[in-house]
Design a binder for this molecule. Sequence first.
Ligand SMILES: CC(C)(COP(=O)(O)OP(=O)(O)OC[C@H]1O[C@@H](n2cnc3c(N)ncnc32)[C@H](O)[C@@H]1OP(=O)(O)O)[C@@H](O)C(=O)NCCC(=O)NCCS
Length: 191
Amino acid sequence: MEASFKLVFEDVSVRPLRLRDWRELEEILLRERKWLEPWEATVPGGSRQLDVKGMVRSLLRQHRDGSAIAAIIEYKGKMVGQLNVANILYGSVSSGSIGYWISEKFAGKGITPTAVALIVDYMFIRLGLHRAEIAIRPENKASLRIVEKLGFRHEGTKHRYIHIDGEWRDHEIFGMTRDEAKGGVLARFAR
Ligand SMILES: CC(C)(COP(=O)(O)OP(=O)(O)OC[C@H]1O[C@@H](n2cnc3c(N)ncnc32)[C@H](O)[C@@H]1OP(=O)(O)O)[C@@H](O)C(=O)NCCC(=O)NCCS
């Protein structure tokens, strides 16, 4: 994956995660436990202790080997959230799975859908991928609004798909293929 890129629309930008981000990320993640925990992936039987440096290192490894995009969402130049594309496969699948969160103070300003639109356009145009996927718990109304606003298609339900907040949780799967994003997802969203 490219070590450096910057995707920008108005006050929102998306740039690659760096190792030195871990302290600032840790500060936000610790401050916002209540806001984020219901939607955070957990390891079955594992500890819930945050290891932000370890998480950043692991994301950077995946970013380097091309199996993921590990990125930071900035608003007016300030770190406000995270955006990752995991499980990137090329060739006959050519797909990646998008995950995100934003700091509670910055919620409701349309920052995350803008960042997701930027990264989907990047996946299709720059990386030549064919499909973007987002998996969302049915209880997560705010996240369901993101896929609705961006025009993702509902593909179905995966039962007990991801371990979130201490349990295997059902997820609704949303997809978009490159042919469905003609003219650009950001251009469509901004209109
Ligand atoms: C889901 C999430 C990323 C949405 O990001 P966002 O930047 O707030 O997105 P939007 O501004 O488009 O708002 C989406 C919806 O959030 C809700 N919302 C708006 N303001 C809000 C606020 N201050 N607090 C909570 N939710 C709010 C509204 O339902 C809004 O939909 P609307 O635009 O139709 O009113 C964000 O709520 C979040 O980080 N939640 C915790 C982590 C999470 O759920 N991650 C996604 C896992 S799939």
